[in-house]
Write a protein that binds this ligand. Structure first.
Ligand SMILES: C[S@@+](CC[C@H](N)C(=O)[O-])C[C@H]1O[C@@H](n2cnc3c(N)ncnc32)[C@H](O)[C@@H]1O
Length: 203
């Protein structure tokens, strides 16, 4: 089974867009709330935002958000959400994250998206993300593991646990859950998942 094509992302957005925010985002937000001197405006980049289940949560909490997705339909769906706060501080860009300019941010969030680039591109994207996060800021994301059913797809980057630990070595992990399970995709197809759920703080 393959990852969704451009056409089937639309079905994915329809099924998942109204679901609650991802746990990784909520863990990161709780950590920010617990930081000393945490009040004040904050800025997040949501990479591979889809139609915005995480972006909307950030906006509701008063964050400014730059939401990025390769699919125009994702950005359209986000812009048309009825639950966007009226005073939303939202900027959007339709661009692949490998090519996106990333301004300095408190948080780079990328739920179930960041692995969706070829292994040759991943290291440079990751370096740009780490550079974009301000000291004390965070990265929240999922990355695919080598035993995921999609392993072997050259457009996706997969990690061993050692690979994840190496990637996160310069950061302080706050969450690193390895999940391996047989379940179904949001479009109802059976799939073996191997996923790392990550929240890490830049020292
Ligand atoms: C599985 S969806 C996740 C959407 C949302 N973050 C969520 O948690 O529901 C992955 C999203 O990443 C986007 N995407 C995939 N590869 C991308 C890339 N290289 N650059 C930018 N966006 C990408 C897709 O268009 C899709 O909207």
């Amino acid at each position: 089974m393959n990852k969704p094509s451009s056409e089937s992302w639309a079905a994915y957005y329809a099924r998942t867009g109204n679901r609650p925010p991802r746990r990784t985002l909520l863990v990161a937000l709780n950590r920010f709330a617990a930081d000393p001197g945490s009040e004040g405006a904050k800025f997040a980049i949501d990479l591979g935002c889809g139609n915005g289940r995480d972006t909307v949560e950030l906006l509701r909490r008063g964050w400014s958000v730059l939401a990025i997705d390769a699919e125009a339909k994702a950005i359209e769906g986000l812009r048309q959400r009825p639950d966007l706060p009226p005073d939303a501080k939202l900027e959007t860009r339709t661009v692949r994250f490998e090519d996106a300019l990333l301004p300095t941010a408190d948080l780079v969030n990328s739920s179930f998206a960041l692995s969706l680039q070829p292994p040759s591109a991943f290291p440079a994207t990751w370096q740009r993300i780490v550079r974009a996060v301000r000291p004390g800021g965070r990265i929240a994301c999922q990355l695919y593991g080598v035993r995921d059913e999609w392993a072997g797809d050259p457009t996706i980057t997969f990690f061993t646990r050692d690979g994840i630990e190496e990637l996160l070595a310069p950061l302080a992990w706050e969450l690193m859950d390895e999940e391996e399970t047989d379940s179904v995709t949001p479009r109802g197809k059976p799939k073996h998942w191997h996923i790392f759920h990550i929240v890490a703080r830049k020292p």
